[in-house]
Design a protein around this ligand. Structure first.
Ligand SMILES: NC(=O)c1ccc[n+]([C@@H]2O[C@H](COP(=O)([O-])OP(=O)(O)OC[C@H]3O[C@@H](n4cnc5c(N)ncnc54)[C@H](O)[C@@H]3O)[C@@H](O)[C@H]2O)c1
Length: 347
């Protein structure tokens, strides 16, 4: 049965991505933003004013924020290293949680988050919002209809220079905060492959690099490439560059026994008279601006799951796998060896 009582939403973090989530929650029926938490209360108050969230309360203390009367959902919009502890606190307080990516920077934090969320039985939505972009909906449908047949190869890349022209650059370049190129950004390309192939990655090999002069001053290698072996037998590749100087580019290529999908182009032997690539126009993953991200579909799905007591497709246990593969890729880069992907206990 669907519960239609208003959902009370609270935000932790008041930066760039919080604006996009606030805009999207404002468009969802019966969702009311009632609390905002920032390190400085004045910043939370400013966000409430700027975003026109009349009636919302400002907090600088997370425990007091989580005790806000009637709060149902917590949206975590802080830098990466804070996601684990904030998720655990929100789960222990019985809140449903939207968690920005990456959810964790190491396997130990991921394991603790999964345990807390599973114990509390709360619903989670990890921000792999590109699962809701038009292109990926079309590709998923093409695969499910058998138009390209059993898949044997897939690659996706995330090429998006993150420099001083982005607010997050100042903290994102630090190893302790940004993590690595895949955790901080390329995770979207890896998650796209796992989502589209609907198969876990079992084994990886990988390399990473930094350009000779490192003009964007990354403390970690801002470029990486990994070779993947999927459980269903397919092989694949995921590449990331966050120091490249070019417009945002997110190419996807998936090859099967009956055809190939290449971004919005399809070749298939199932359409006997097809002479060339067929174009399937769709919203594309073609912008690094959070205002263009398809968060609306992700949050609509989350709210629907809360109201009808279903499990969100992008819940923490599910999204944990993308992170497990990244941790294996990190080990493969360090060891220069092929590494098996380890499953997080509880997922
Ligand atoms: N899913 C996506 O496509 C996507 C896009 C952009 C950002 N993000 C993620 O969103 C998160 C935030 O990124 P952003 O671009 O909004 O960053 P930002 O720097 O604009 O905002 C970060 C916010 O966190 C606050 N903050 C920093 N340290 C804090 C602390 N110790 N305690 C509480 N608050 C603290 C800052 O004051 C700021 O309000 C990152 O994890 C990033 O990866 C995801």
């Amino acid at each position: 049965m669907t519960d239609t009582k208003p959902l009370h939403i609270g935000f932790i973090g008041t930066g760039w991505v919080a604006d996009a989530h606030i805009d999207n929650f404002k468009q969802l029926p019966n969702c009311e933003i009632t609390a905002v938490c920032s390190r400085k209360k004045a910043r939370a108050e400013a966000k409430i004013r700027e975003a026109g969230l009349s009636g919302a309360h400002a907090y600088s203390n997370i425990d007091k924020f989580l005790s806000h009367p009637g709060l149902d959902v917590v949206v975590i919009c802080t830098p990466h290293p804070l996601h684990a502890a904030q998720t655990i606190s929100a789960a222990n307080a019985g809140k449903h949680i939207v968690i920005e990516k990456p959810v964790a920077l190491n396997p130990a934090d991921l394991k603790r988050m999964v345990a807390a969320v599973n114990k509390a039985g709360v619903k989670t939505s990890v921000c792999f919002e590109l699962r809701w972009v038009g292109l990926f909906k079309n590709i998923k449908s093409v695969i499910e209809q058998g138009l390209i047949g059993p898949i044997f190869y897939a690659e996706a890349s995330y090429y998006h220079g993150i420099g001083p022209w982005y607010g997050q650059w100042s903290w994102n370049i630090k190893k302790r905060i940004g993590g690595d190129a895949l955790l901080t950004a390329g995770c979207h390309a890896l998650d796209a492959l796992i989502h589209l192939l609907d198969s876990r990655v079992v084994e990886v090999s990988a390399m990473s690099s930094t350009s000779k002069n490192n003009p964007l001053q990354y403390e970690y290698a801002p470029n990486s490439v990994a070779i993947l072996k999927f459980e269903n037998g397919a092989i694949g590749k995921v590449a990331t560059s966050i120091e490249c100087r070019q417009p945002y580019l997110f190419p996807v290529l998936i090859q099967g026994e009956h055809g190939t999908v290449w971004n919005d182009k399809l070749s298939t032997t199932k359409w006997p008279a097809l002479k060339d690539w067929a174009t399937l126009p769709a919203d594309m993953p073609d912008s690094g601006d959070v205002a263009d991200h398809p968060y609306h579909g992700q949050l609509e799905h989350f709210v629907d799951c809360i109201r009808s007591n279903k499990r969100p497709k992008n819940n923490l246990n599910n999204a944990a796998h993308t992170h497990e593969v990244i941790f294996a890729i990190d080990s493969a880069i360090k060891s220069k060896k092929t590494v098996r992907v380890k499953k997080t206990p509880g997922t």
